[in-house]
Design a protein around this ligand. Structure first.
Ligand code: AMP
Length: 478
């Protein structure tokens, strides 16, 4: 399959060739022709699948076909024309043709950067990011140029809408990127308000890791006769990522083990996830003292500092990023070989997002969780959510004093069945690996069927944060 066969115009194809893309990914193969035809889409796919191009390429194709004569004047041109007529110029709101909503600033910037890359030969089309943390005057300047494409986080966009700076009456395409995440972050009301301000005849594309539950309900409400695309590629299931758990006795054991694992010579760059901003800072400091090139990334940092840290990571001058969940969402750096869960995430779906920071662009990756014995249940929740068992590993010289055993015996979703025992051990038994032993690297536990065949649960009940604790999670992205 080629990009030409998808029906994209030559200017876009040239940009893709220059960017080194040789063939469309599975999600692009399915989404691009349908979106060019103007269909609404509901797509379940994750970062790393090429989803940004899946919605942006057909949109650029459609926007490039709009006749400039009918495109109207920019707010700046309108004001100049009014002055030339001797009238007092009145402020005119920006009228974008396309809006992409993303949960985080990082993802929005990533989408804008990719859009610039894909539209490099489409001179007339401009994309701008409207984000929390960016100075208002700068955003006003960007809006005054009347960009065709806005990429925005919901909170800041609402601010501009309410102050009359943006008018969505001419909007043709609405994209909700990582919709599940936006809902997790408590943006549902903002999204409803934004959608209500757009024309009913718009094209809507919704991308989400899952189309179940609350996301599915919203998706059906805001789309018309959508084409549903579900991509179950190896990358979606993270089959290219080797996952393992190391049990630790206490904080000191955890820190010593992390230090040891970070010295793995196959490690190029790594992200270490912590539960708190303070831990991210503390661990970054400690690793720098220990001779690593480390930096923290979290939501308390100014946008400028976050961008600089991400640039350093991309350039390779920072090797180890210590991050909290909200800051790490959009990170797309192919040389990240390892992801560490210094703390397990609160919600199983965050585990999936975290480990997806490695194994990007078709490479392999490692996801290593450092787990206290008391957290065995949390590992089990993750396993039930991903429908995969995570093998347990022990490093010689860093063995935990306690041996983990019974709590995870029933970890296999759907239960252990005779005949699906790959490791030779029975449920409830635990076999640890040691580097250098003949079977090192292979799954250490019984029934490690990655496909989770036999699981009929249709999703782990505790996976929706709101169904768990009734709380909305807001991270203040304005
Ligand atoms: P995304 O899923 O949009 O976050 O994209 C993941 C990565 O794959 C990004 O670095 C993209 O630049 C890259 N990518 C997207 N589509 C293709 C393609 N067809 N060929 C090669 N790389 C791609």
């Amino acid at each position: 399959m080629t990009f030409e066969a998808l029906g994209l115009n030559t200017s876009i194809i040239k940009a893709l060739t220059d960017a080194g893309y040789t063939a469309p990914t599975p999600v692009q193969q399915q989404a691009v022709p349908a979106a060019i035809a103007g269909k609404d889409l509901l797509v379940s796919s994750q970062t790393g699948s090429g989803k940004t191009a899946a919605f942006m390429l057909p949109s650029l194709h459609r926007l490039s076909e709009i006749d400039p004569a009918t495109a109207g004047k920019t707010p700046n041109q309108e004001m100049q024309a009014a002055r030339a007529r001797g009238e007092r110029p009145r402020f005119k709101a920006a009228q974008p043709k396309m809006l992409v909503l993303t949960p985080t600033r990082e993802l929005a910037l990533q989408v804008t950067t990719n859009t610039d890359k894909y539209s490099v030969n489409l001179r007339r089309i401009k994309a701008v990011s409207i984000l929390g943390g960016m100075p208002y005057p700068k955003q006003m300047q960007l809006l005054a140029k009347n960009p065709e494409i806005l990429v925005a986080t919901p909170g800041r966009l609402i601010d501009h809408m309410e102050s009359g700076k943006i008018d969505f009456s001419q909007l043709e395409i609405l994209v909700l990127d990582e919709a599940d995440r936006m809902l997790d972050m408590g943006f549902i009301d903002d999204i409803e308000k934004i959608v209500a301000a757009t024309p009913a005849n718009r094209q809507t594309m919704l991308f989400s890791a899952t189309l179940d539950g609350v996301v599915g309900n919203m998706a059906r409400r805001i789309t018309k006769d959508p084409q549903v695309i579900q991509i179950l590629s190896a990358a979606n299931k993270h089959e290219n990522i080797t996952q393992r758990v190391h049990f630790v006795d206490d904080l000191s054991h955890k820190n010593r083990l992390l230090d040891h694992l970070l010295r793995d010579e196959t490690l190029d760059q790594a992200v270490v996830f912590t539960a708190t901003k303070r831990d991210a800072d503390t661990i970054a400091d400690r690793l720098n003292i220990a001779g690593f090139s480390a930096a923290a990334l979290h939501g308390d940092m100014h946008q400028g500092a976050r961008n600089r840290t991400l640039d350093s990571l991309r350039r390779g001058s920072v090797k180890i990023l210590i991050a909290t969940d909200v800051a790490a969402r959009g990170i797309d750096v192919p040389s990240i070989t390892h992801v560490f869960n210094y703390d397990l995430p609160k919600f199983p779906e965050d585990y999936v997002h975290r480990i997806g920071r490695t194994g990007r662009a078709g490479r392999n990756g490692h996801a290593i969780s450092l787990v206290n014995h008391a957290e065995g249940m949390n590992v089990k929740r993750i396993e039930r959510f991903t429908k995969q068992l995570i093998p347990v590993n022990v490093v010689e010289g860093y063995e935990p004093k306690k041996t983990a055993s019974a709590p995870r015996s029933s970890a296999r979703p759907g239960g252990w069945k005779p005949g699906d025992n790959r490791g030779g051990a029975k449920p409830g038994q635990r076999s640890f690996s040691k580097p250098g032993s003949s079977s090192a690297g292979a799954p250490r536990r019984e029934g490690s069927g990655a496909s989770g065949e036999g699981y009929k649960g249709g999703g782990y009940k505790g996976s929706n944060p709101r169904s768990n604790d009734g709380q909305r999670r807001t991270y203040g992205d304005r």
